[in-house]
Design a protein around this ligand. Structure first.
Ligand code: PXP
Length: 272
């Protein structure tokens, strides 16, 4: 069934980067600021430092309740960072801001006021027409749109049907798995979803709950070209500084990608 819609988008024909890009989510810098309704720490300054330390892009989530990132942060960021990925709900008010600010990328996420963080993936099957309308408006403005989804065949198909160029696979079940068996199963689902997504012509990103210990297995999934990581980097930054925290994550991703390349070429040498 997944193959039936193959070829609808050209995005997966773009080469996959040898090392997945790192998008640093700076929401939690704003969380600390909002705890006191103060001016500091400034997520825009943090974003600039993160890019200087090697981040390939900056991600922020403008939530309806404005619990961390504010509209003015989004507007300011656009002028300061090279690549901005705006996470947003499928909502007309935030859509208007996105179309005015024009980030390079938008990731459509579900949003519930009572949640601590984004809990599940977006249900792309719930309102396909509404979703496709928002994707069309964003895409027409030149924004690369992804849907944050659970690694599930129906969601991949629905995301493709919406016209989105990319999916971001929710890695939370893998990251929060209580034992090795549950982790292996979650990883298998991510692997299968990444392969199916590429097969359908979608770009594949991943994120949620990733940290220095668990990121390597996600880097090892063929086809994953971008990782969005927030809490682990900002939490580590409190201890060692933001530049070091970003650098450490970037190094972990590069090391995992290099290991993968070595294993692949060893296998190819064995075959020949
Ligand atoms: N990707 C998406 C779509 C998210 O909603 C979040 C959380 O804001 C992340 C990635 C980053 O998750 P974490 O903060 O757990 O690294």
């Amino acid at each position: 069934m997944l193959r039936a819609m193959k070829g609808q988008t050209d995005s997966a024909r773009d080469p996959i980067p040898a090392v997945p890009r790192l998008g640093v989510n700076v929401d939690h810098v704003a969380t600390v600021r909002q705890a006191r309704r103060a001016c500091e720490p400034d997520p825009v300054a943090a974003a600039v430092l993160a890019e200087l330390a090697g981040a390939d892009g900056i991600t922020v989530h403008l939530r309806e309740d404005r619990r961390h990132i504010q509209e003015r942060d989004v507007r300011a960021l656009r002028g300061f960072v090279r690549h901005m990925n705006l996470e947003m709900a499928v909502d007309r008010a935030v859509l208007a801001i996105a179309l005015d600010v024009l980030p390079q990328a938008v990731c459509l996420v579900p949003e519930r006021r009572e949640e601590v963080t984004t809990e599940g993936g977006l249900d792309c099957t719930r309102d396909p027409v509404g979703l496709a309308t928002v994707v069309r408006e964003l895409s027409a403005a030149g924004i690369v749109v992804s849907c944050f989804i659970d690694p599930d065949a129906r969601q991949l198909q629905a995301a493709l049907g919406s016209g989105a160029q990319a999916v971001e696979l929710h890695t939370g079940r893998y990251a929060n798995a209580r034992d090795a068996a549950a982790r292996a199963e979650a990883l298998d689902d991510l692997r299968m979803a990444a392969a199916a997504g590429r097969e359908l012509g979608l770009r594949v990103h991943a994120g949620h709950g990733l940290d220095l210990r668990n990121v390597a297995a996600i880097v090892a999934i063929p086809g994953v070209e971008e990782l969005n990581i927030g809490h682990a980097i900002v939490a580590r930054a409190v201890m060692v500084g933001l530049e070091r925290a970003v650098r450490e994550m970037k190094d972990a991703i590069e090391k995992a990608a290099a290991g993968l390349r070595q294993r692949r070429s060893a296998r190819e040498e064995e075959k020949s």
